[in-house]
Design a protein around this ligand. Structure first.
Ligand SMILES: [Zn+2]
Length: 381
C-alpha cells in the first residue's frame, strides 16, 4: 500500500502507513507531549460478534498516520497514548471504536473527547453525524458514508484510504472549536466523563445473568418464564461470543420470549415461533435443554418478574416531576435538556429508588449526580 498526499479541500496533508513497532514507538513518544491527536478506526462486524479491526487512523496535526492491524501485530506503544491523562484523544462517536480497540488490545482509555457528545452539549443536536459536523464547523462537504465498503480486503482501495484519512482530517479543527465552546460553558470535563462511563460499560466484566433485562417485552413474563429467559439469554450470549457470530444468527429476542412462554416447548414450537430452520437444526436441542435445566431451579431462586415501567405506582407522576426538575437544572447550567437527562435515565432513577431490578445506566455518572441529586431530593417516593 502506498503513502499518498491528501490534497482534497485545499489542504495538503501527507498520509503514511506505520509499518514497524519501532516507528510507532517513536511517534507515540512525540504524541505524548502534544495536547491532542485525532483517532478513528475502521472495522467490520457483519457476520461476527466481535469487531474485526481493519484500520487505525491518527491525525497528529502534522500528518495522518495509518496502522494496518492485519499487518502490524505489535501496537503496544499505543497503550500509553490511550491511557495518557494529559494527551486528549479525539474521536467522533467513539463507542464502537473503543469497543473494537478494547476487545483486540485490552487498552484502557483516558481523556477521550468525543466530538459527537461535545456537539450535543454545544446545542448542535443529538447524534450529529461526522459529515454534518464537518460541514457546520469547516464548511466542507465530504462525500457520503463509506461504511459499506469491505475494510478487510487487501490491498485497500485508494478511495477507501482517502475516506479513512478524511475521517480524521477534520476532527482536529472540530475539536479546537468545540473545546473552546466547552471550556466557555464549563462542560469540557463532562464530555470526558461521559466517554469514561461509556467505556466502563464496555469493559465491565460480563454478567451474563443480567442480559435478559435488555429484552423488550419481558414484563409480559411470569416468574417461571422470566427464569427461563434469564437462562436462555445467558446461554445465547455466551454461545455467540464463543462462536463469534451475531446473536441474531442463533435466535432472535422475540423468538426466545415466545419459546419461554410456551408451556412445554418442543422443536415444532421453534418453527411456529418463526425460528430459522438452520438455527433450529444447529441450536434447537441446546435451547430446549437450557429451558429444561432452568425449570429444575428451585422456584425460590427465580428472579422477580420484571414490572412494566408504566405499571409502577405513581411512575408517570414521578417521571413528570423529575423531568421538570432536571429541565430547570439544565437551563440554569446552560446544558441542553436532552443532554442532561433522557427518558431511560429518569426511569432508571425511579426504579433504583424503588429497589426494582434495573440495568445500570451509564448516564448516572459523577457530573450528573452532582447536578441532579440535590434537586431530585425534593421528590417524594
Ligand atoms: Zn471512519
Amino acid at each position: 500500500m502506498q503513502d499518498f498526499k491528501l490534497s482534497e479541500h485545499d489542504e495538503n496533508v501527507s498520509v503514511s502507513f506505520i509499518r514497524d513497532t519501532e516507528t510507532l514507538s517513536r511517534l507515540c513518544s512525540e504524541w505524548l507531549s502534544k495536547e491532542a491527536i485525532a483517532v478513528d478506526t475502521e472495522f467490520d462486524r457483519t457476520n461476527t460478534y466481535f469487531h474485526n479491526l481493519a484500520l487505525i487512523q491518527i491525525n497528529d496535526g502534522q500528518q495522518i498516520w495509518f496502522i494496518d492491524p492485519l499487518e502490524l501485530k505489535d501496537v503496544s506503544p499505543l497503550k500509553s497514548v490511550f491511557e495518557s491523562e494529559t494527551l486528549v484523544k479525539i474521536f467522533h462517536s467513539c463507542g464502537e471504536d473503543l469497543e473494537a480497540l478494547f476487545n483486540k488490545y485490552h487498552f484502557k482509555f483516558n481523556q477521550i473527547f468525543d466530538t459527537q457528545i461535545a456537539a450535543a452539549f454545544a446545542d448542535m443536536g443529538p447524534s450529529l453525524g461526522y459529515l454534518r459536523l464537518v460541514e457546520l464547523i469547516s464548511g466542507v462537504s465530504l462525500d457520503k458514508e463509506h461504511t459499506k465498503t469491505d475494510w478487510m480486503q487487501r490491498p485497500l482501495q485508494q478511495e477507501q484510504l482517502i475516506y479513512a484519512a478524511q475521517d480524521v482530517q477534520f476532527l482536529l479543527p472540530s475539536y479546537y472549536m468545540l473545546r473552546d465552546k466547552m471550556l466557555e460553558l464549563g462542560t469540557f470535563e463532562y464530555v470526558i466523563q461521559d466517554v469514561d462511563s461509556m467505556f466502563e460499560a464496555v469493559s465491565a466484566p460480563e454478567n451474563y445473568d443480567s442480559y435478559y433485562l435488555r429484552m423488550k417485552g419481558i414484563f409480559r413474563l411470569d416468574a417461571k418464564q422470566t427464569n427461563r429467559l434469564k437462562h436462555v439469554a445467558s446461554w445465547r450470549e455466551q454461545l455467540a461470543r464463543l462462536k463469534n457470530i451475531p446473536k441474531t444468527f442463533i435466535f432472535r429476542d422475540p423468538q426466545l420470549l415466545e419459546i419461554c412462554q410456551t408451556p412445554n416447548p418442543k422443536m415444532s414450537d421453534l418453527l411456529a415461533a418463526g425460528c430459522h430452520r438452520a438455527s433450529i437444526r444447529r441450536y434447537g436441542a441446546e435451547l430446549l435443554a437450557t429451558i429444561t435445566q432452568a425449570d429444575l431451579v428451585n422456584p425460590e431462586l427465580w428472579p422477580e418478574p420484571v414490572k412494566a415501567f408504566h405499571k409502577i405506582p405513581k411512575a408517570k407522576e414521578l417521571s413528570r416531576q423529575l423531568k421538570a426538575l432536571a429541565n430547570q437544572v439544565a437551563d440554569k447550567n446552560d446544558i441542553p435538556q436532552e443532554v442532561l437527562t433522557n427518558k431511560r435515565l429518569i426511569e432508571y432513577y425511579i426504579m433504583r429508588n424503588m429497589k426494582l431490578d434495573v440495568r445500570p445506566n451509564r448516564f448516572w455518572n459523577d457530573w450528573r449526580k452532582t447536578l441532579l441529586s440535590e434537586a431530585f431530593e425534593a421528590v417524594q417516593f
